[in-house]
Design a binder for this molecule. Structure first.
Ligand code: F6P
Length: 341
C-alpha cells in the first residue's frame, strides 16, 4: 500500500509529530510506503511530492511547522480540481491519503471521500474549534505561549499603570482567549461568541485601576462589540472566503484610553502563537492521533477523522467533524466571567 500524507491550512505545533507517527507506524507495523505531498491540497493537485521515509522523519518530533509545507489551497474552487487530484493519485500509485488539517482541509477531505478518494483526517488547529474532538493538537502550545506573554505583560503594565490589551488568535471561537485569559488571570476576556458591551469593559478596567492593579484584557481577534462598530478587518479574503482579521486590540486600546483617561496599549501575539516547538501534551496527542490515523487506513475505515474523546482516540465521520464549528459554550464563558473586574 502506498499512502500520501499532506498538511493543510495554518501551520500548527505538532504537525511534524503526526507525520512522524503516521510514517513510523505505517512502515513498522504495516510495511507501507509513503509519499509526501507539498503545501496542502496544492501537492496532490499539481502532483508535487517529496520522499517520506524513516530518514525523512528522523528528529522532527519536537520541531514546529511542517516538513511538508502548508497552504490554504481550496481545490473545490478550482475547475476540474478533483479530477486532477484523482488522476495524480492514480499516476503516483497512491492508494490512500492521510490529510492533516482544520475545518477547511478536512472539509475538502470529506468532499473527496464522497467522490471515492480513500482518505482519513487528522484534526489540527491551534483554535481548538473542530467538532467531535475534545482537543486539537497545537491548542495547548498556543495557550502556553499566550499565557506566558500575558504573565510578562502583567508586570510591565503594573510598573507603568497602563491597561494592556492582548489580542490572540481565534476568528470564530474564543478558546485560546478563554484558556490563556483564565490561566493568566485576565481582567476581562472577550471572545467572538459573546459580543461585548464596551461600557462594561471600561467599568472592569476602572475597577482594577482603583485597586492599583493594572488591567489586562485578553481579546480574540474575532471578538466584536454588541453594536458591531469596532470590528476591523483588512477586507482581504483567503481562498476559503475567510476575512483577514486584526485590529480589534488596537481599537479597544484607543477606546479605553479615551474613556478612562489612562494609557492603554495593545499587543498582538499573532503568529508567535503558531510557531516553535510543541508542548509535551501536544507531542503526545499528535503522536497518538497519527498512529491511530494510519491504523484507520489499515482497517480501511475511510471517510473518518481520528479524534480525542476523554482520554481515548476514536474515529468519527469526517462529515460530523466538519459540519459545525466547536465554539465556546455560554457556561464555559460564565466560569471565567466570575473573575472579571
Ligand atoms: O486557523 C488557525 C489560525 O491561526 C487562526 O487562528 C487565524 O485566524 C488564522 O489561522 C490566520 O491565518 P493566516 O496565517 O493565514 O493569516
Amino acid at each position: 500500500m502506498r499512502v500520501g500524507v499532506l498538511t493543510g491550512g495554518g501551520d500548527c505545533p505538532g504537525l511534524n509529530a503526526v507525520i512522524r507517527a503516521v510514517v513510523r507506524k505505517g512502515i513498522k507495523d504495516y510495511g507501507y510506503e509513503f509519499v509526501g505531498f507539498r503545501d496542502g491540497w496544492r501537492g496532490p493537485l499539481e502532483g508535487d511530492t517529496m520522499p517520506l521515509d524513516i530518514s525523512a522523519v528522523r528528529g522532527i518530533l519536537p520541531r514546529g511547522g511542517t516538513i511538508l509545507g502548508s497552504s490554504r489551497t481550496n481545490l473545490m474552487k478550482i475547475d476540474g480540481g478533483v479530477e486532477r487530484v484523482k488522476d495524480n493519485l492514480a499516476g503516483l500509485g497512491v492508494d490512500a491519503l492521510v490529510a492533516i488539517g482544520g475545518e477547511d482541509t478536512l472539509g475538502v477531505a470529506r468532499q473527496l471521500f464522497d467522490r471515492d478518494v480513500k482518505v482519513v483526517g487528522v484534526p489540527k488547529t491551534i483554535d481548538n474549534d473542530l467538532n467531535a474532538t475534545d482537543y486539537t493538537f497545537g491548542f495547548d502550545t498556543a495557550v502556553n505561549i499566550a499565557t506566558e506573554a500575558i504573565d510578562r505583560l502583567h508586570t510591565t503594565a503594573e510598573s507603568h499603570h497602563r491597561a494592556l490589551i492582548v489580542e490572540v488568535m481565534g476568528r470564530h471561537a474564543g478558546w485560546i482567549a478563554l484558556h490563556s485569559g483564565m490561566a493568566a488571570g485576565a481582567n476581562v476576556i472577550l471572545i467572538p461568541e459573546r459580543p461585548f458591551d464596551i461600557g462594561e469593559v471600561v467599568a472592569h478596567v476602572e475597577s482594577r485601576f482603583k485597586t492599583n492593579y493594572a488591567p489586562i484584557i485578553v481579546v480574540a481577534e474575532g471578538a466584536h462589540p454588541k453594536d458591531g462598530q469596532m470590528e476591523l478587518s483588512t477586507g482581504e479574503k483567503d481562498s476559503f472566503g475567510h476575512v483577514r482579521l486584526g485590529g480589534i486590540g488596537q481599537r479597544l486600546a484607543e477606546e479605553i484610553e479615551s474613556r478612562t483617561g489612562k494609557e492603554a496599549r495593545s499587543v498582538v501575539l499573532g503568529h508567535v502563537q503558531r510557531g516553535g516547538t510543541p508542548s509535551a501534551f501536544d507531542r503526545v496527542l499528535a503522536t497518538r492521533l497519527g498512529s491511530n490515523a494510519i491504523a484507520a487506513v489499515n482497517d480501511k475505515e475511510f471517510g473518518k477523522m481520528v479524534a480525542l474523546q476523554g482520554t481515548e482516540i476514536v474515529r468519527v465521520d469526517l462529515a460530523e467533524a466538519t459540519e459545525t464549528l466547536k465554539t465556546v459554550p455560554t457556561e464555559r464563558y460564565e466560569e471565567a466571567e466570575v473573575f472579571f473586574g
